[in-house]
Design a protein around this ligand. Sequence first.
Ligand code: ADP
Ligand code: MG
Length: 233
Amino acid sequence: MPEIRLENVSKVYKTEDKRKQYAVRDLSLKVSQGEFVFLIGSSGAGKSTMLKLMGGEISPDEGMVLVDDVNIGRYFGPWKARLARTFGIVSQETLLIRKRTIMENLMVAARASGLQRKSRPAAEKALGLVGLPTVGDAYPAQLSIGEVRRVELARALISSPPILLLDELTANLDDDTIWDVLHLLRELNNRGTTIIMATHASQYVNIMRQRVVTLVDGRLFGDVRNGRYGDIV
Ligand code: ADP
Ligand code: MG
């Protein structure tokens, strides 16, 4: 089962006045299969960048991202497809296609991850898991923001990936729904799925008592087991 390692990873962007700005700086971290990790830090701290680096959506400028000891920067061809099956991703930006129904969206994702004839039952099952079994015929714009986030979670779950990378999944959800989603994630985690989620939902982080990784200005500032929001040692 996949283990992720970041080794001295940096990601640099150019600012408008052409200065170099580190989104993530010299970050080293290991996440073993089956861990539940909350990634916290203020806006601009580098959380989304770190998740995108882990999932291979962007490449580091320095250092390496390894999945099971293989540098994913060197992935190509069939390895890329393998990477797509390894990670279920919910980005901060929506990944749903506006002009397709929810069911069509999920079936596109299912086929992309190699489920062919099984794509419809897999989509129905995933919608059931997130508590939205009846939204298949709706278009994304017809759902609330919270429902869209849950559909995006369903999309990420569709091929039962070993690792979930979730960016601000709980933003815009009401308290009851956050609980439902966290229960679902905990259940998946109990069955072995790795969960790495960036969140601002401090009260839930404090109740769940999982590993808490804190970023400040792109650097690793804290990494605590059974942690609380804001713990650094
Ligand atoms: P967070 O998710 O913690 O809010 P991000 O990873 O989105 O932080 O961003 C970290 C820093 O990198 C911010 O200063 C942001 O402006 C910058 N950044 C992120 N992505 C880009 C990009 N594509 N182009 C330029 N700057 C970026
Ligand atoms: Mg972000």
